[in-house]
Design a protein around this ligand. Sequence first.
Ligand SMILES: [Zn+2]
Length: 118
Amino acid sequence: MHEYILADRVLQSALEFMDKQHLSSISVVDVDVGELLGLEGDSLNMAYGILSKGTKAEGSKLKVHRVKGIVSCNKCGYEGGLRDIPNEHVIDPAFACPNCQAPVSIKKGNEVKLNSIS
Ligand SMILES: [Zn+2]
């Protein structure tokens, strides 16, 4: 279900933008999606389509850019990507360092960011 939470966040921002710019319709919402969210662009788009029905943003599509995840390990100092990216069925993945398997902290790649709306 977490794609619905994220899609809703994007939708609310898009609607806010439409209000501010006095737009009556939009077609493309360009978003960055961190790969560590374990989310497929398709499922996010589908959730967005369902949530935007009946709103002013109905009919618009998400253009999803996948942003590479970066983690850092407190134990061995590793910083970079992960070897295994969890799939979307993993709700709360515990990320491990590819070097030493210690838990890592996420520096980048666990957020959804709205770039532009057209
Ligand atoms: Zn490590």
